[in-house]
Design a protein around this ligand. Structure first.
Ligand code: NAP
Length: 339
């Protein structure tokens, strides 16, 4: 995430003569700041909003790559209040209604996605590309990854391979993880070992922003619409028996992420299901009273979290309230389909 609120990161200010078109798009004349944001950068600021950026990769003292200001068309779209996909972000008490999160600050980021080839990861990769970001998709099976794009780099890597994780994380602005393994009786360690490698790599390469999927199952609460059978029988069975090793490992993952000094957000969805498009989902700090989350909403919420500092170092829950499956439909599509 690009931020300009840390004074020591601002190296100075400079002059900038925007064309009338750029002035119109930015809503006035932007001031220009020289800054260090994961490297040297120019930030174009109007009022308290970043309206564009240019970042530079320096190799051997020379500018190797320049990444530019958000495209005028995109700036125009965001200023008009029509960001690609932005969520309902709620206070402790959930509120409804589509409210974009700082749409004016949506800027191009270099993001790495672990678990990119899973059902949520593919949606997240597509949404990140649609939002204009430069995406590195990490999968152990790059040959089966279906997406192609000139801003997409598909990397074959195992998250348990520290060197490969380092390479995938270096020189990025943010890391997103939708990594997952099936529940089973065997011990599970992919979440915690993978997260340990990601955190280590991010610290080494000074990448600060991390958004990781966990699950509402790590801290189960009864649901108001759950009924006796679900709350007293099914939920304890899934979280303490069927998925015990999985949730134990997710808790280890959460503990080590919380102990890091990164700008992390842990995202806990409920039962995942498929919907064709993003809905008016609810995102709330801590626990949410909802049994289902669509994958497309989960992906959209993760991407939207890159645009706000509001949930830094917090666990959040995201739930979908539209077209929820019945329990039977969900078990049939999720539990049985993955066998
Ligand atoms: N299903 C639910 O109802 C539910 C509920 C709450 C939370 N969640 C969590 O939500 C997340 C997303 O779930 P999902 O169903 O979309 O995805 P998923 O099927 O759980 O898997 C995501 C991807 O992780 C990758 N992966 C696994 N081990 C890896 C490793 N060692 N190195 C690199 N990549 C690895 C796999 O891709 P490759 O094989 O291509 O590498 C896989 O496709 C998961 O963390 C899941 O636990 C699920």
């Amino acid at each position: 995430m690009l931020r300009y609120d840390t004074p020591q990161h601002i190296a100075g200010t400079g002059g900038f003569k925007p064309t009338p078109a750029k002035r119109r798009l930015a809503g006035g004349t932007p001031a220009v700041y020289y800054a260090l944001v994961n490297g040297p950068a120019l930030l174009f600021v109007h009022g308290d909003q970043i309206v564009g950026t240019v970042t530079f990769d320096i190799t051997n003292g020379k500018i190797a790559t320049v990444r530019g200001i958000a495209a005028p068309t995109r700036l125009a779209a965001t200023r008009a209040g029509h960001p690609t996909h932005h969520p309902v972000v709620t206070q402790r008490r959930p509120r409804r209604g589509l409210r974009p999160v700082h749409p004016e600050r949506t800027i191009v980021l270099r993001v790495t996605i672990f678990g990119a080839n899973g059902p949520t990861g593919r949606l997240l990769t597509g949404q990140a590309l649609a939002a204009g970001h430069q995406v590195t998709a990490v999968t152990r099976r790059p040959e089966s990854f279906p997406l192609r794009h000139d801003r997409l780099d598909t990397v074959g890597a195992d998250v348990l391979d520290q060197a490969a994780v380092e390479a995938a994380v270096a020189q990025r602005d943010a890391v997103l993880s939708t990594l997952g393994v099936p529940a089973g009786k065997e011990p599970i360690s992919t979440y915690s070992r993978g997260a340990a490698n990601i955190v280590r790599a991010m610290r080494r390469h000074r990448v600060r922003r991390l958004v990781v999927v966990s699950s509402s199952g790590v801290d189960p609460h009864p649901y108001s619409d759950g009924g006796l059978l679900f709350n007293r029988v099914l939920l304890p069975y899934v979280t303490r028996v069927l998925g015990k090793t999985l949730y134990d490992d997710m808790r280890r993952m959460e503990t080590l992420i919380r102990a890091s000094d990164l700008d992390w957000t842990i995202v806990r969805p409920s039962g995942l299901y498929h919907l064709p498009s993003v809905t008016d989902y609810i995102l709330v700090e801590g626990h949410a009273d909802g049994r289902f989350t669509s994958r497309v909403d989960l992906a959209a919420s993760m991407l939207a979290l890159l645009d706000t500092d509001r949930y830094l170092r917090r666990p959040v829950s995201v739930i979908t309230t539209v077209d929820n499956p019945t329990l039977f439909q969900w078990i049939r599509s999720e539990a049985l389909a993955k066998r």
